[in-house]
Design a protein around this ligand. Structure first.
Ligand SMILES: [Fe+2]
Ligand SMILES: [Fe+2]
Length: 240
């Protein structure tokens, strides 16, 4: 398949699953090859479906010409760095995974393993929040002012929940039931919060970042801080 082949989604039979068909074409691409797709509809949902199927290994850009969208896509190679939105989305997934792991330990009444997992989650989540508040929120601007304000409020709520969870973990009584309750509240908060960010803020930050001359430095800073968050817990004083 050459780089100039364009799949026009208007020509596809209605009964064919678009994201599965595109996925099958992507799997046939050779190294360095791109697939181009034209669609008259906003491709956000289609891309989300393909990304889900491909575990976020799709790299894509789109151009809107007022009549539709021309999307250029390929599968990320092993040495190709993740773009901003995928980097953050992967961090969300890793934190969600830690939460699930903590629940699993609690289900087995393994208090110390659960507390260890919660400590790692705490460090990763605090780091993630600092990155979003300090480095990325300023990119948003007026068009996402409300979504940014909601994000900051939800971050404050999550930090309060982390404090409560830390207190439960530090208590001498190994109360799995209480920790489970607090983690359940945190899971519910994160579920809504992450979805809102991924759908409203990540696309905006990505668009603004692409226009910045300092985009490489900012991306490097985000990635290096995320790696730090995986290594060492932050003190609460660093958050404020
Ligand atoms: Fe967030
Ligand atoms: Fe986030």
């Amino acid at each position: 398949m050459s780089c100039c082949y364009v799949l026009d989604l208007r020509l596809m039979p209605a009964h064919v699953s678009r994201h599965s068909y595109i996925y099958s074409l992507l799997r046939e691409l050779g190294p360095g090859e791109r697939l181009r797709v034209w669609t008259p509809e906003d491709p956000a949902l289609l891309i989300a479906q393909i990304q889900h199927q491909m575990r976020h290994s799709l790299v894509w850009t789109s151009v809107d010409d007022q009549t539709g969208w021309l999307i250029t896509m390929h599968i990320r190679s092993a040495d190709e760095p993740l773009p901003l939105a995928d980097t953050l989305r992967r961090d969300h997934e890793q934190m969600d995974g830690r939460l699930v792991q903590a629940f699993t330990y609690l289900g087995h009444r393994d208090w110390s393993a659960a507390v260890g997992e919660v400590a790692s989650l705490d460090a990763a989540l605090r780091t993630h929040i600092v990155i979003e508040n300090e480095l990325l929120a300023p990119l948003g601007g007026a068009s996402v002012a409300e979504a940014t304000a909601i994000m900051r409020r939800e971050h404050d709520d999550v930090l309060v929940q982390l404090e409560m969870i830390a207190e439960v973990c530090a208590a001498s009584a190994h109360n799995c039931q209480e920790l489970e309750t607090w983690l359940g509240l945190l899971a519910a908060s994160l579920n809504k919060h992450e979805h809102r960010e991924e759908s409203l803020l990540f696309p905006r930050w990505t668009r603004v970042l692409a226009l910045l001359s300092s985009r490489d430095e900012l991306l490097t800073e985000v990635r290096s801080r995320l790696r730090e968050g995986l290594r060492e817990p932050l003190s609460v004083s660093k958050i404020h």
